[in-house]
Design a protein around this ligand. Structure first.
Ligand SMILES: [Zn+2]
Ligand SMILES: [Zn+2]
Length: 193
C-alpha cells in the first residue's frame, strides 16, 4: 500500500513539473523569437544608417539594406567586407585638409627679383635686398608698394615712389578728398555691411 502511494505521488509530482515546464516553454520561445526579431531589425537599421554615412548612392543603400534583411548576420558580414572604407564626413574632412594645405603652399611668397622665399612681413628680400613692402609713415604698419592709401589708418601714402614693374595700372582712381566709410566721427548712413 505504502509503495503504491509513493509511486502515485511521485507520478503526480513529475506531471506537475512537466506541466509547469510546458507552461514555461511558451513564454521562453516567445521571448527568443522577440529577441531575434528585434535583433535582426536593429541589424537592418544599423546597416541602413552606416551605408547612408558612407555613400549617397541610393542603389548601394538599398542593396546593402536588402542584403542584411535577407541574410541577417551573414549579410552583415558581407556588408562589412564590401562597404566603402571612409565615411562621407571623413572624406569631406580630408578634402578640407588638402585644400588648406594647397592654399598654404600657394600663399607662400617669393621675391620678385631672385625668387627666394620671403615672409609676408618682410620689408626687403633678405637675399638680394629687393624692396618688398614699405611701412606707413603714420601708423607704421606694412603696406604693399603699389598702395596709395594706408588701409589701416586711411592716410594718403601716394607720394611714395611707385614700383616700376606696373606701368599700365593707374593708381589715381580714387579722388583725394574721398570719405572713407566707417571713419570715426562720420555718421553712418545708407548701406551697412
Ligand atoms: Zn630677392
Ligand atoms: Zn597707416
Amino acid at each position: 500500500m505504502n509503495g503504491i502511494s509513493l509511486v502515485l505521488s511521485a507520478a503526480t509530482a513529475s506531471s506537475n513539473i512537466l506541466d509547469t515546464l510546458s507552461g514555461l516553454v511558451g513564454p521562453i520561445v516567445g521571448c527568443l523569437v522577440m529577441f531575434l526579431v528585434i535583433f535582426s531589425l536593429s541589424l537592418i537599421i544599423w546597416t541602413f544608417r552606416d551605408i547612408r554615412s558612407r555613400t549617397q548612392d541610393f542603389i548601394s543603400q538599398i542593396l546593402a539594406t536588402v542584403l542584411v534583411t535577407l541574410f541577417n548576420v551573414g549579410g552583415l558580414f558581407i556588408y562589412l567586407i564590401l562597404r566603402p572604407r571612409q565615411t562621407l564626413a571623413e572624406i569631406y574632412e580630408r578634402q578640407l585638409e588638402e585644400e588648406s594645405l594647397l592654399a598654404e603652399m600657394t600663399e607662400r611668397q617669393t621675391c620678385t627679383n631672385c625668387h627666394a622665399r620671403v615672409e609676408s612681413d618682410f620689408q626687403v628680400c633678405p637675399s638680394c635686398g629687393q624692396k618688398l613692402k614699405r611701412s606707413c609713415p603714420k601708423c607704421e604698419r606694412l603696406l604693399e608698394l603699389r598702395w596709395t592709401y594706408c588701409p589701416y589708418c586711411a592716410s594718403n601714402v601716394g607720394g611714395a615712389p611707385m614700383p616700376g614693374n606696373m606701368p599700365g595700372v593707374s593708381m589715381q582712381g580714387i579722388p583725394p578728398n574721398v570719405s572713407i566709410p566707417g571713419n570715426p566721427g562720420m555718421p553712418v548712413s545708407g548701406n551697412r555691411y
